[in-house]
Design a protein around this ligand. Structure first.
Ligand SMILES: Cc1cc2nc3c(=O)[nH]c(=O)nc-3n(C[C@H](O)[C@H](O)[C@H](O)COP(=O)(O)OP(=O)(O)OC[C@H]3O[C@@H](n4cnc5c(N)ncnc54)[C@H](O)[C@@H]3O)c2cc1C
Length: 413
């Protein structure tokens, strides 16, 4: 017999969307259980960007000072190396936020920080190594989930199930949601190369004739992403490892003395990139947010921000009602109505970037810069536009749901 648990809200997935939603609804006094299938948050393929809008949110939650004590890099200007030329692309210093920078921090530090604070609420529970494998339905309404655990199966019944299980979401599939796919011409090879004293300090993006190589500073190593044409990994393998190492050195000459660390294809992971969006993000008893509702590509480094903004909107719109009981599908739809257009806009931008900036195909423009990048180089004021788009995103959310203390006062009225 499976074990049983009853709660107000159960969240599938402890990524940025799930952990932030869990933290916020717990803070508002809602009983919540977050289920994460892995044993920890330490996985290589997490993005490392904490955007100014998220930092602003941390300030609104009273967590900013402590958060910034975690090891991180503050990047006030994004620079890309395009066809050998360094081009400033985004200037965050004029943003109307407290923190006028992107904080680069390993995402597992961010998630550990958030979960540590969420656990301060007695009504919050995080269950690691709990993989959601099924939804429970009653008269067409979702009333809970089944999870696989090391001790067997667990059934959790809840007034609301939130699907925050990322771009390979099982929740959206089990719910029967219709998904629209937007073709993506690229995939990413993901690998580590050691960091040495004397290496440049900042994280990088190198663009060369439609190819892109990204390096994220993870303290003692560089987390590298090599963008390839979709389905092109077999061809790259056929050309051999020495050629691949040479390609990397072609982007970042300072890696010449250690590109050979990549001496086996098992050290190089293929990450498939997708962009898609659900037509409906909700049905009775269930709401999908973050990549589970709309898978984002790494282009522009905005998916984490968007996932967190979804979580904030969810808590703002639903937490108070959820504290009192089930919420109707019309209430759930308000989250989709609020977050869908910012999502559409960003996804359009990502599709544009894939097709016109990072194609994986050689360009015939020689070493000249694309026109838009030349504009950014000539007119510094224009760099504030990408900064707003990346740093805040369209329709940035602010924390509005009540804290548990306010909430208990409200319920006593
Ligand atoms: C290669 C690559 C690099 C990227 N880099 C960046 C970047 O630098 N900056 C940026 O902003 N965006 C980046 N993105 C996009 C970003 O990763 C996503 O948009 C963002 O992680 C979405 O957050 P999420 O919480 O919705 O989903 P996820 O981060 O995918 O989290 C989902 C969580 O759910 C868990 N889970 C999955 N299935 C289950 C289950 N059945 N039961 C329980 N738990 C489950 C997973 O283990 C995971 O912890 C990148 C994307 C890719 C593909």
């Amino acid at each position: 017999m499976p074990e049983n648990l009853q709660t107000r809200c159960v969240i599938a997935g402890g990524g940025p969307a799930g952990m932030m939603a869990g933290y916020l609804v717990a803070r508002a006094g809602v009983q919540v259980v977050v289920l994460e299938k892995h044993a920890d948050f330490n996985r290589d393929f997490r993005g490392d960007t904490i955007h100014p809008s998220t930092l602003e949110l941390m300030h609104e939650l009273g967590l900013l000072d402590e958060f910034l004590k975690q090891p991180h890099q503050e990047v006030r200007e994004l620079r890309a190396v395009v066809n050998g030329q360094a081009v400033p692309t985004a200037d965050f210093t004029k943003l109307p936020t407290r923190c006028k920078f992107i904080a680069f921090m390993p995402q597992w530090d961010f998630l550990n920080f958030l979960s540590a604070h969420a656990k301060e609420f007695p009504n919050f529970q995080l269950l690691m190594q709990h993989e959601v494998v099924d939804l429970i339905f009653e008269n067409g309404r979702v009333i809970g989930v089944r999870a696989k655990t090391s001790r067997g199966e667990l059934e959790i019944r809840a007034d609301l199930v939130i699907g925050a299980d990322g771009r390979h979401s099982i929740i959206q599939a089990l719910a029967g949601f219709e998904r629209r796919e937007f073709g993506v011409p690229i995939d990413v090879l993901w690998m580590r190369i050691s960091k040495r004293p004397g290496d440049p300090e900042q994280s990088f993006g190198f663009f060369e004739h439609g190819k892109l190589f990204v390096m994220l500073d993870r303290g003692d190593y560089w987390q590298c992403g090599f963008v390839i044409p979709k389905g092109g990994f077999d061809e790259i393998k056929a050309r051999g490892l020495p050629q691949f190492q040479n390609d990397i050195v072609g982007f970042a000459e300072f890696l010449r003395d250690r590109a050979t660390e990549l001496d086996d294809w098992s050290k190089i992971r293929l990450l498939t990139v997708q962009i898609n969006r659900l037509r409906d993000w909700c049905r009775e008893g269930l709401l999908c947010i973050g990549d589970s509702a709309h898978a984002m590509s790494p282009a522009g480094g905005v998916g984490i921000n968007l996932a967190i903004q979804d979580a904030v909107a969810t808590a703002n719109l639903l937490a108070e009602k959820l504290r009192r009981g089930p919420v109707s599908v019309d209430e759930l739809r308000k989250v989709q109505n609020r977050r869908e257009w910012p999502t559409r806009l960003i996804q359009r931008m990502q599709v544009f970037i894939h097709h016109y900036v990072v194609t994986g195909q050689p360009s015939n423009r020689g070493n000249s810069l694309p026109f838009m990048l030349r504009l950014l180089k000539w007119f510094p004021v224009l760099r504030q536009l990408p900064a707003r788009f990346i740093g805040l995103g369209p329709r940035p959310e602010h924390f509005r749901s009540p804290t548990a203390v306010q909430a208990s006062k409200l319920s006593n009225c």
